[in-house]
Write a protein of this length. Structure first.
Length: 386
């Protein structure tokens, strides 16, 4: 079966995307279609704005442990100033996240501020606060796309992972958003409790008429650790890839290291073909992407919150100066002399995998991603601690 999958172009294209979108925190990965967005090194092409840490749900797997708002969250005016600075730097794609963004009464103004500057603005939401009126206002504010989170194909399954009532509310939101003409994707966090329902989730997405569905393997951060959740099995690719053809579009995120090595190598080859001579690296943190937390703190990636000090804060610092002078640890991360990366044929794109997972496990950026099959079971070389 594995050899048959490798020979099919549709499956190979999905494998290539899976290699390129290993980042476990970047939502709506399918927005960066083609190599233009992927290869935008040197500017913060993609920025994630966590407009609030407040959330009305307490999902078991939330990597940021969203709950109450931070005491000093940015105002609309402060976000608006930050967006202006970002556009001047070259930001073209803005992801709005939380917490739950819809808890902010000024969320429409925040979206309008960014979209009015020419950025492509997308939002990730649990959907529980979106009715017909809210869907209309989101469209009018200039939102390009909405990702609605669902983790099961039925009320019983989804609401065992998310709080009761969240399934029906999310389905209702999806219908309202589609009715007003917005592009909608379903975001699924895959882990051991729901990996058996992949086909049912795709069928649900098809019945709802959404534009795409993204499967993202569990990020072992936040509540996922507290609740001792397990990532999906390494055979999940056998379920997903045969379903890749047709609609809705299927995207994979943080799935690279769940593939057997032979398919991993094939996905690397296809990724190289897609990118051509681009110098793109699969972790965009601090290179073509950054994150602004709800209080204005700036990071290369949201998974680094709590693991590293912020690069600065948009309230007191120039974003241009932060971008030009910050992110040194991420930009200097070089594992070319560290095993197994030093002997790996995929290092040119992989560059050691996710620095946040390495930092969390080994307390240093000078270590490879612990999820990598070449790393598992190997001693990690000593390196200076941050």
């Amino acid at each position: 079966m594995e050899e048959a999958l490798k020979g099919d172009e549709i499956f190979s294209d999905v494998l290539a995307e899976a290699f390129l979108t290993e980042c476990p925190a970047t939502p709506l990965s399918h927005l960066a279609e083609g190599s233009e967005g992927l290869a935008a090194e040197g500017v913060p092409y993609q920025v994630s704005a966590y407009v609030t840490r407040a959330c009305n749900l307490r999902c078991l797997h939330c990597y940021i442990s969203a709950d109450k708002p931070l005491p000093d969250e940015l105002s609309y005016e402060e976000w608006s100033r930050a967006f202006s600075e970002l556009v001047d730097l070259g930001t073209r794609v803005l992801y709005i996240l939380g917490g739950e963004p819809m808890l902010r009464r000024d969320i429409y103004d925040i979206i309008s501020s960014a979209s009015g500057l020419g950025m492509k603005v997308s939002m990730s939401t649990n959907g529980t606060l979106i009715g017909k009126r809210e869907a209309v206002r989101l469209r009018e504010s200039g939102l390009s796309e909405v990702q609605v989170s669902l983790d099961g194909p039925s009320e019983a399954i989804n609401d065992s992972i998310r709080p009761p009532g969240s399934f029906r509310a999310a389905i209702s939101a999806i219908r309202h958003l589609k009715e007003v003409g917005l592009r909608v994707t379903i975001g699924v966090t895959l882990f051991s409790a729901n990996e058996a329902y992949v086909k049912s989730m795709i069928d649900l997405a098809k019945n709802l008429g959404v534009d795409s569905i993204t499967f993202e393997a569990l990020a072992p951060f936040g509540r996922a650790i507290v609740n001792r959740l397990q990532r999906p099995s390494e055979n999940i690719w056998r379920t997903i890839l045969p379903l890749a053809a047709g609609s809705p579009r299927i995207s994979l995120s943080s799935m690279r290291f769940l593939m057997p090595i032979s398919l991993l190598q094939e996905s690397y080859r296809k990724a190289k073909e897609l990118l051509g001579k681009s110098s793109y690296q699969t972790c965009p943190a601090g290179r073509s992407r950054m994150v602004i937390d709800a209080n204005g703190d700036v990071y290369g990636c949201e998974l680094l919150i709590g693991l590293m000090k912020p690069e600065g804060n948009v309230r007191r610092d120039s974003i241009k100066e932060l971008w030009r002078g910050g992110f040194g640890g991420l930009r200097r991360r070089d594992l070319s002399n560290v095993l197994p990366c030093s002997s790996c044929t995929m290092y040119e794109l992989c560059r050691g995998g996710c620095p946040a997972r390495a930092l969390q496990r080994y307390r240093t950026l000078r270590a490879p991603d612990p999820m990598c099959p070449y790393v598992k079971g190997r001693p990690v070389p000593s390196a200076s601690r941050l």
